[in-house]
Write a protein that binds this ligand. Structure first.
Ligand code: PMP
Length: 459
């Protein structure tokens, strides 16, 4: 077996293999928007394609690569673990590395949220949310879940039941009893809690889909109401955790004290699937409450050695490199630049976020000519303008970003926390360049819309 040779032999066949054996519609989408690049290497915030071109990654694998790609400290830990021939996944034992990572997670969690002292490991974000929902039912004996409009907590059926976007929910049948609350509407939340059947209210402290940031009094108020009515308050920090927003956990921005925190994504430095439910022992004991029920919730791979070693190394690297503080500082620089763009470009209607989780929203421009362009692309598909900007950033500047949710004109930026000022400035210049080009209609990025429609009709 020679993986290097295999990779060399199949080089460039990525999209054809996926078209044949995986998801042909996704392959088509990538082609249409000009994202069908053959990447062959990643280092820090950079990706390299088969022709040696360099791309700046402000998508970070949906927030996984806070440390950048192939971080040497995490890589070394993994190589060491492999060389030690460890007794992985014995199952009927207590694996050491899981114990060490749990201890470290509790230490860091307690700095943000005193009282969290018990951990359950999972293989993904959605599995952590599934666990949290089960824990909430076990702890309260109540059936219903409350979540926010626009929420995203993963796409398995439990997590889908607390999803706030019809796009993801439709077509998958009946879900668990859940009710969506508008962000910042404490009255609506209280009305639902008052019914007395609520197990928990789950929220992302900053929403990944749309980069919506709650008003300062909302989450503290929600926490208070949950406790008043005997429901658990769950913070989903899968995307916002581990320094992303300039605090170790995003809930610190509001001094929150959640009953359960879910984490995943950045915890393993992008090397291995991982996730965790972090909670209070009292709640954990409601699930694992007797000898008979000692394994009533579990999984096969949750405590695997690679994920655990990567997690330990990642926490060390975050600390060692001061990445939380760095995210706060660079976030301010980035936000300052975005605000200047809002002044300069009439189609920028809002910029928001915290640390290095930032969003830019577009709306109809004021000038008549541009308004005509805006109307014509939005008539094709809502949110298309933001997609054109994302395409322009990729095509002209090799900057990788994403439209933040379906049918919205919002772009999200999730740069690795290891970027420097130069990369932030480059991204701002790229945005300025593409937005400046959008002041000329027709032509420029507006022309890309035609390619998009042509490509889509051919699908
Ligand atoms: N919760 C949040 C807040 C997320 O952002 C995500 C992933 N985007 C998930 C849960 C689901 O994580 P995973 O994709 O690992 O299942």
């Amino acid at each position: 077996m020679d993986i290097k040779k295999l990779v060399e032999k199949y080089k460039g066949e990525n999209y054809e293999l996926h078209r044949k054996y995986l998801n042909p519609f996704f392959v088509k989408v990538l082609g249409i928007i000009g994202f069908d690049v053959v990447y062959v290497r990643g280092e820090g915030p950079w990706l390299y394609d088969v022709d040696g071109n360099r791309y700046l990654d402000f998508l970070s694998g949906y927030g996984v690569f806070s440390l950048g790609r192939n971080h040497p400290v995490v890589k070394a830990a993994l190589v060491e673990v492999l060389e030690m021939d460890r007794p992985n996944l014995v199952q009927m034992d207590c694996p050491l590395l899981a114990g060490i990572l749990a201890e470290r997670l509790v230490q860091v969690a307690q700095r943000s949220f005193p009282g969290l002292d018990a951990v359950f490991f999972t293989n993904s974000g959605t599995e952590a949310v599934e666990g949290a929902l089960k824990f909430a039912r076990a702890a309260t004996g109540k059936p219903r879940f409350l979540h926010l409009e626009h929420s995203f907590h993963g796409l398995t059926l439990g997590s889908l039941s607390v999803n706030g976007d019809a796009y993801f929910r439709e077509g998958f049948g009946e879900l668990l009893p859940g009710t969506a609350i508008p962000m910042n509407d404490l009255d609506a939340l209280e009305r639902e809690l008052k019914r007395g059947d609520v197990a928990c209210f789950i929220a992302e402290p900053i929403q990944g889909k749309g980069v919506y940031v709650p008003d300062d009094d909302f989450l503290p108020g929600a926490q208070r109401l949950c406790h008043k009515y005997g429901a658990l308050f769950i913070l989903d920090e899968v995307q916002t955790g581990f320094g992303r927003t300039g605090k170790f956990f995003c809930g610190e921005h509001w001094g929150l004290s959640p009953d359960i925190v879910t984490v995943a994504k950045a915890l393993s430095g992008g090397y291995a699937p991982v996730g965790a439910v972090i909670t209070r022992r009292k709640i954990h004991r409601k699930v694992f409450r007797s000898l008979e029920r000692a394994v009533v919730h579990s999984n096969t791979f949750g405590m695997n050695e690679l994920a655990m070693a990567a997690g330990i190394a990642t926490l060390e690297a975050i600390e060692e490199e001061g990445l939380v503080e760095r995210a706060a500082e660079l976030g301010e620089r980035f936000m300052g630049g975005l605000k200047r763009l809002r002044e300069k470009h009439q189609m920028v209607t809002d910029v928001r976020g915290k640390g290095l989780m930032l969003g830019i929203e577009f709306g109809p421009p004021r000038s008549l000519k541009l308004k005509a362009g805006w109307k014509s692309v939005e008539a094709v598909k809502r949110g298309l303008f933001a997609q054109l900007i994302v395409m322009g950033l990729m095509r002209e500047f090799r900057l990788l970003t994403q439209v933040s949710a379906h049918g919205v004109n919002i772009i999200k930026f999730l740069p690795p926390l290891v970027v420097g000022e130069a990369e932030i400035d480059y991204a701002l210049e790229a945005l300025d360049g593409v937005l400046s080009a959008a002041h000329h209609f027709p032509g420029g990025i507006w022309g890309l819309a035609k390619d998009l429609v042509k490509g889509a009709l051919g699908a």
